[in-house]
Design a protein. Structure first.
Length: 227
């Protein structure tokens, strides 16, 4: 094992700045913009890409499991297939199902869940970042924020990969540093509370002795991982 991996600090909680950045953006949209825009942004912070959010229909929401089925994408108003077959998946909505349920109401299952002008949403996302003093990044990068913060909090890599619609190998390739530190979080929780098992059996090494830095672009809301 390399000295760098052996001395990697145990991350016991998420960066306060990272959590606050995401929370402040959501709060900004909740208080200043239409409810549709707020829910659209919140879904993107759950690992769903912009075109997949636009492709959601009312009937894709499952009230019994608090999930949505990603079955299509939508670009310039035209519905089409997801980028790859692997991207067809069921995504857990985390803390968002109540907002999605409000949007669904008693509407026809075939109706689009959200109809929001993408250029308006993009402009307002940029405006919010400037107003809050957050480094400007694109809407697409919210999925990297979801992956990084979830892994750093010790979430199961299998769940994160499933919600993103990618393989575990791809997750490890692009989020190696966050994945490693998340395993340390799970290990730390298990050592402090033996009655609870971590979400995944922690492994110290990540594909050999050399720990690669994540290749995912920083979004301005993610923790800066130590070198």
């Amino acid at each position: 094992m390399s000295q760098r991996v052996a001395n990697a600090p145990v991350v016991r909680s998420l960066s306060r700045r990272s959590i606050e950045g995401r929370s402040e953006l959501l709060k900004w949209f909740r208080s200043r913009r239409p409810f549709l825009e707020y829910v659209s942004i919140k879904l993107r912070f759950g690992g769903i890409t912009p075109s997949e959010v636009r492709g959601l229909n009312v009937g894709d929401f499952d009230r019994t499991t608090d999930t949505v089925k990603i079955a299509r994408s939508r670009h310039l108003g035209a519905a089409g297939a997801t980028k790859t077959r692997a991207r067809e998946r069921v995504v857990s909505l985390g803390d968002t199902p109540r907002e999605v349920e409000i949007l669904c109401g008693l509407r026809d299952p075939g109706e689009p869940l959200l109809v929001v002008a993408e250029d308006t949403l993009r402009d307002n996302f940029t405006k919010a970042q400037k107003a809050l003093g957050i480094a400007e990044r694109s809407l697409y990068q919210t999925k990297h924020t979801y992956a990084t913060l979830s892994l750093l909090d010790g979430e199961s890599p299998a769940i994160v990969a499933r919600n993103l619609g990618i393989s575990l190998a791809t997750l490890e390739k692009h989020y190696a540093a966050a994945l490693h530190r998340g395993r340390l979080v799970a290990l730390g929780r298990a050592s402090t509370d033996p009655a609870k098992n971590p979400t995944e059996t922690p492994r110290v090494g990540v594909r050999g002795s050399k720990l690669a830095r994540t290749k995912a672009s920083p979004t301005g809301f993610e923790p800066v991982l130590p070198t």
